[in-house]
Ligand binder design. Structure first.
Ligand SMILES: [Zn+2]
Ligand SMILES: [Zn+2]
Ligand SMILES: [Zn+2]
Length: 113
């Protein structure tokens, strides 16, 4: 039984990328948790994935990502997208994304106005 337990433990490493702040398996958080809020964003400074900018409670501001690097992750299937690929649904699994998130790209991306 001991050997079996350790084998099962190893399979935990196959879990999707950790999303800081996520309160469910699809990447929703305490701030944004409608059916559409399944997108995670990457911080360029610490390199971790966050359910939203408010979940990024760290000693530095959220680091905006370059537009041509994967900076958005679908919380449903784990597919990663650049700013240009990111739209209103996942390119891989088709999960709908919250269209409101693209209204404030300056929070997450190196966009100039
Ligand atoms: Zn960070
Ligand atoms: Zn949040
Ligand atoms: Zn997906």
């Amino acid at each position: 039984m001991t050997a079996l337990t350790s084998m099962m433990g190893m399979e935990v490493s196959l879990d999707p990328m950790e999303i800081v702040g996520a309160i469910d398996a699809d990447g929703r958080c305490a701030h944004w948790h409608s059916a559409l809020d399944v997108v995670a964003n990457k911080c360029a400074t610490c390199g971790k994935w966050f359910a939203c900018a408010w979940c990024h409670a760290a000693d530095h501001a959220f680091g905006q990502m370059p537009l041509d690097e994967p900076a958005v992750m679908c919380g449903v299937c784990g597919h990663q997208m650049t700013f240009h690929e990111y739209g209103t649904e996942c390119l891989s699994c088709g999960a709908p994304f919250n269209p409101g998130c693209k209204l404030h790209p300056e929070l997450y991306f190196q966009v100039s106005d």
